[in-house]
Design a protein around this ligand. Sequence first.
Ligand code: SF4
Ligand code: SF4
Length: 343
Amino acid sequence: MLYKILKKENYTDFVEKLISEYEFIGPKKKDKVFHDFVPIKDLRELDTDYKKTTIAPAKKLLFPPTEELVEYEVGDVIKVKPLVESSEKILFGIDACDINGMNFMDWIFSTEFIDENYFAKRRKLIVIGKDREPSETCFALSMGAEYAKDGFDIFLTELEDRYFLRIATSKGNEITEKFARIQDATDSDFRDYDKFMDDYRSKFKLKINIDNFYDDFEFIYSNEKYWEEASKNCYSCGSCNLVCPTCFCFNVKDDMQLNLKVGNKMREWDSCMIPEYGLVAGGHNFRPTKENRLKQRYRCKLKTFVDKYGKYACVGCGRCIEACLAKINIVEDVNSVKKEVSA
Ligand code: SF4
Ligand code: SF4
């Protein structure tokens, strides 16, 4: 890791050069509350002082909602052509929590198999992170995801009159050497950065009581009344999955042309909260009730991956809390498990 300083007077010049040299994706104001990560052509469109985005930017870019995987033609021989698309891009202004969400996806798509469609895009994505104020639903601090130690090329932390840069890759070094007027960070820069991080962490007000949840979950697992109450307002809409930066389930479908010769295989995001998710051929549904699906979602997020690989599948971004019209709240539910156990 290299530690450098970019003075504020040189920031605009740096970002303008990146916008003109690269396909540049950054946060743009969408309405009063939300921002969206979109292609930016002019610095005036970029607004890094955002609090909320609906869909995590890295998930949208690396694992799009729908994606063609292969094209095929059926004849005497079956011709199959993989469709793997990628181009170099900068993803600018993504925060630490979403970088950690992307790190989880990197790990998912490379641990039990290598997903070429994902990694073709990931290898060409230049990630320039930036700290941002936590929203009122963000509990990333409790999940240990408020700080990114890897997964980015450059990470900018805004101090009073300068940016403290952490440069994690040779690509990040190449970009800053070429486009930014930077200098080495001094002892006093490190001291100011340290103070900034203390202040930043103190802004996370929402806390989830995740300690011992791994064991406590078993206590509550078979308590039907508890799950009926927790899920009673659920519409089974799946929004909590779609907005989640670490939800990775997908369906693969065939899209065949009318000539029944040419078609493609397409993947699209799936959701474990919708009734069809557990439906199999023959009509049996492994998770027919919303109680069962909510229970499974929490188990997947907070226990299964801890069991298998020692990681939570939740970075505490709070998007599922924002997206749920039924006001089902992962923080309240986890904290209520703690209360049930201690009652
Ligand atoms: S928990 Fe909320 S967002 Fe998720 S499926 Fe139920 S109603 Fe939809
Ligand atoms: S489960 Fe909710 S809080 Fe956790 S990462 Fe997914 S959307 Fe964010």
